[in-house]
Design a protein around this ligand. Structure first.
Ligand code: ADP
Length: 271
């Protein structure tokens, strides 16, 4: 906060903390880089054994009924569920360490957000199977400069939050539209909502709302921090509007690419 530089501090387990590099004062940068590298290394080291636990439990689950009792099968599936959650957590930490670190700039290719949203929304609707209604309202929009992986992750985070924070019978609507020079991607739900005083904190790593904790809704508080870092890395913004008890809207705004960009990129071998 000295020299008028705003440093965003995100506390992590074990006293570690992530500071957004772009906003750090010059003297802090080496320290930040080391912390980011430590987090990346530790996450990576944790990932390897977890991946083999997944592999071995898959092999175990494939054993026939003569080799695996029903009780053993049940235990294997519990191991699998826990290790999947752990792997997701480690992957989220790894993503966050990379997004926060002094890394390569994100890939910038033309992405059609409406096209990207369609299969993801359909997949989510299939998975939730009518417990919450999920719909997509999309118009044809200009492309945005981004990477498909990062943008998919953003939509996945917003969608899965909307679904997990919306009780059965509720509805989730995903919208994609153009507003002047921006493409807007919006995920609206009529779920539990977020208290006014919590809204400024939801994009901080490890923040979890009081209602989320009280209702014992699963999560580590990393999803929105990741989504926010991806969107900011693409010169966009992520905003929230919400009312406790009524629902939430999360809105991504990204600069639209000029209309002729698509055709240039679509014919890369043209001479
Ligand atoms: P997690 O979902 O793992 O808790 P996130 O970073 O994705 O972590 O979200 C942080 C917090 O923001 C959540 O714990 C919850 O309090 C709040 N939140 C996020 N999305 C929603 C939503 N759609 N409705 C209500 N609360 C939400």
């Amino acid at each position: 906060a000295e020299q008028g530089v705003h440093v965003r501090r995100t506390d992590l387990p074990g006293g570690a903390c992530l500071l957004t590099l772009r906003e750090a004062a010059p003297g802090e940068r080496d320290d930040l880089r080391r912390r980011g590298q430590l987090l990346a290394t530790v996450s990576h080291e944790l990932r390897t054994p977890l991946t083999s636990i997944v592999g071995y439990s898959e092999l175990l689950a494939e054993l026939g009924d003569d080799e695996l009792s029903p009780e053993a099968r049940r235990l294997v599936s519990i191991v699998r569920r826990h290790v999947d959650r752990e792997l997701q957590l480690v992957d989220d930490l790894l993503t966050l360490a990379h997004l926060d670190g002094p890394l390569m700039p994100p890939e910038r290719l033309p992405v059609d957000l409406a096209g990207l949203a369609r299969p993801l929304v359909r997949g989510a609707a299939d998975e939730i199977d009518g417990v919450v209604s999920v719909t997509l309202e999309a118009t044809s929009v200009p492309r945005v400069a981004g990477d498909v992986h990062g943008l998919s992750q953003v939509l996945q985070v917003l969608l899965s939050n909307a679904l997990k924070f919306t009780p059965p019978g509720g509805s989730v609507v995903v919208r994609v539209r153009q507003e002047r020079h921006e493409v807007v991607l919006e995920v609206e739900d009529d779920g539990i909502g977020i208290a006014d005083h919590e809204q400024p904190h939801v994009f901080e790593a490890l923040f979890r709302g009081a209602e989320a904790v009280r209702r014992q809704i699963q999560g580590a508080g990393l999803g929105l921090a990741i989504a926010n870092a991806v969107v900011e890395g693409l010169d966009g913004t992520l905003e929230v509007e919400s009312e406790l008890g009524s629902g939430s809207v999360f809105r991504v705004r990204l600069p639209a690419m000029p209309a002729d960009t698509t055709s240039v990129i679509a014919v890369p071998t043209q001479r």
